[in-house]
Structures are given as structure tokens and as C-alpha cells.
Design a protein around this ligand. Structure first.
Ligand SMILES: O=C(O)CCC(=O)C(=O)O
Length: 266
């Protein structure tokens, strides 16, 4: 099945070996110091809040010591071969939204939790259900170490929950959000592979099968009024940085959405 049909049918697709070893090392060269410094400064919070990710790796504060590296990082994570592959699958109109880095929790009490990304937003669940087919928010997962690190329920990008899924996601009727769900798929990835999945499909991490995890997620998507207000312009390139980025289409569109948000125009 080609990537477009695979995504349409199942809600995810994998581009095996899209990045070579040098490209992954280059991305990691930027990610690793940002992650290490953040983790060092937030040790207690990571444990106490049972965190499994950090977000907004492109914020200027992470590049204070070497601002030039910020442009390099923006370029490394959105090379033409990735933006073209995404456009082949989803058509034009994709914009950058943010980044996240997933790791294993330091607190063993944190168990992987089934969710749809926006269930933690103030948007009502039935509104999310009604908008599901009109929304395209994607995770582009770029593992920096080998992992069986994420589990998906194929097809849930096009349908809402079964009763069991709902009970598990919201921990209703004695269910836990870590309870197993039928028909799920655990995804095997090697550095170089890129997993693209719908942020609103039901998914969770897997910690125990990985001695370590370090997966960079690019959050990208198409404009939707319900998600556009979550775009944080601080994670985007400045005007001067934008001019220095060769393949800037994802960022151009994001900046356009952010400036429309600022003006309050749709
Ligand atoms: O890797 C994980 O721990 C979970 C991944 C996830 O929830 C996400 O990418 O939205």
C-alpha cells in the first residue's frame, strides 16, 4: 500500500529509512544539548509530574548560547525530502506547529496512557468527535534511538470510541487508561525511519520494551479554527531567521496563521 492509502486506511504510515545516519546525527546534535540541559534543570518536576516528554525545543531560550544553531535546527527538522513526502501524502497547506521529545519516565508509577491528543484541551469531546474528519494534526516521529516506543489503534483517526475505548481513555467504570485495548499495533522504528500518525487517533507510548527512548516529534497540520489558537509564535523562526531558511514553507504558513491570530482575523 502506498503511504497515502496506508494513512487513509489506518491513520498512520511509516517512511522507512527516510533519513540517513548523518542526518539523524545532525538532528541529534541539536536535540541532545537542549534535552540534557532542560532535563537537568527540571529533574524534580520530571519525576514529580511523571513526565514523558518536553515540548517547544525550538524556543529561543534553548539557543541563547549559540543563536545561529536555531536556524540550523529549523532546517534540519524540515528538509525538502520530508516536506515533499508529507505534501505527496496530504497535499499542500501543511504548517509547523511545535516539537516534542519523548523519553521514558523516571518515575515508575507513570504507566503508558491511551489518549487522543486534544482530550487534554478545553475543547469538548463531542466537538472533537464531530470535527474529527475535518481536522488534520499530525505527529511526525523521528526516533533518535531504536524503539518499540509507541502503540496505535488503527482506524481511530476516522471513527470515535467504542464503549471500551471511552472507558479506558477517561478511566470510567473502574478502567485505567493503561488497560490494554484490542486491535492495537506496537510500532517498531529504527533511527532513520519516520512514523507519521494522526494526533487524534487513539495512541500511547510504550516504556517497558525500551531501555531508553529519545524520539523527536514534529507536530504539523493543516489549519483548523479549533487548533490554530494553540499555535505559540515563540516556537517559530523570527523574520531574519526565516529569510535564512531555504525550505521554509511549513514555517511561512505557521507565521501567517500566528499573525492572523494576533490580528484576530480568521
Ligand atoms: O511516546 C509516547 O510516550 C507517547 C507519544 C504520544 O503520546 C504522542 O506522540 O502524542
Amino acid at each position: 500500500m502506498n503511504p497515502r492509502d496506508h494513512f487513509e486506511a489506518l491513520g498512520y504510515t511509516i517512511l522507512r529509512g527516510l533519513f540517513n545516519r548523518t542526518e539523524i546525527s545532525f538532528i541529534d546534535k541539536h536535540v541532545d544539548p537542549v534535552y540534557r540541559k532542560w532535563a537537568h534543570g527540571n529533574n524534580t518536576e520530571i519525576y514529580r509530574n511523571r513526565l514523558v516528554n518536553m515540548h517547544s525545543l525550538t524556543l529561543p531560550e534553548h539557543f541563547q548560547d549559540n543563536p545561529d544553531q536555531r536556524v540550523e535546527f529549523f532546517e534540519a527538522i524540515a528538509p525538502a525530502k520530508l516536506t515533499e513526502a508529507i505534501e505527496d501524502i496530504f497535499g499542500p497547506g501543511i504548517h509547523f506547529h511545535n516539537t516534542q521529545l519523548f523519553f521514558n519516565p523516571t518515575n515508575a508509577e507513570r504507566l503508558p496512557y491511551w489518549h487522543r491528543d486534544m482530550q487534554y484541551s478545553p475543547i469538548e469531546d463531542d466537538v472533537q468527535r464531530d470535527e474529527l474528519r475535518r481536522m488534520l494534526s499530525l505527529h511526525i516521529r523521528i526516533p533518535l534511538v531504536e524503539e518499540r516506543g509507541v502503540e496505535l489503534v488503527p482506524g481511530t483517526h476516522r471513527r470515535w470510541d467504542t464503549e471500551l475505548e471511552r472507558n479506558v481513555r477517561f478511566e470510567l467504570n473502574d478502567s485505567k487508561n493503561s488497560d490494554p485495548l484490542p486491535n492495537s499495533e506496537l510500532i517498531d522504528l529504527a533511527p532513520g525511519d519516520v512514523l507519521i500518525f494522526h494526533a487524534q487517533m487513539i495512541h500511547k507510548g510504550n516504556y517497558e520494551m525500551n531501555s531508553t527512548r529519545k524520539a523527536l516529534d514534529l507536530c504539523v497540520g493543516k489549519y483548523h479554527p479549533l487548533t490554530s489558537s494553540f499555535l505559540d509564535e515563540h516556537v517559530l523562526p523570527t523574520k531574519a531567521e526565516l529569510a535564512a531558511i531555504e525550505n521554509s514553507q511549513w514555517y511561512d504558513l505557521a507565521i501567517d496563521i500566528a499573525s492572523r491570530n494576533r490580528r484576530g482575523s480568521p
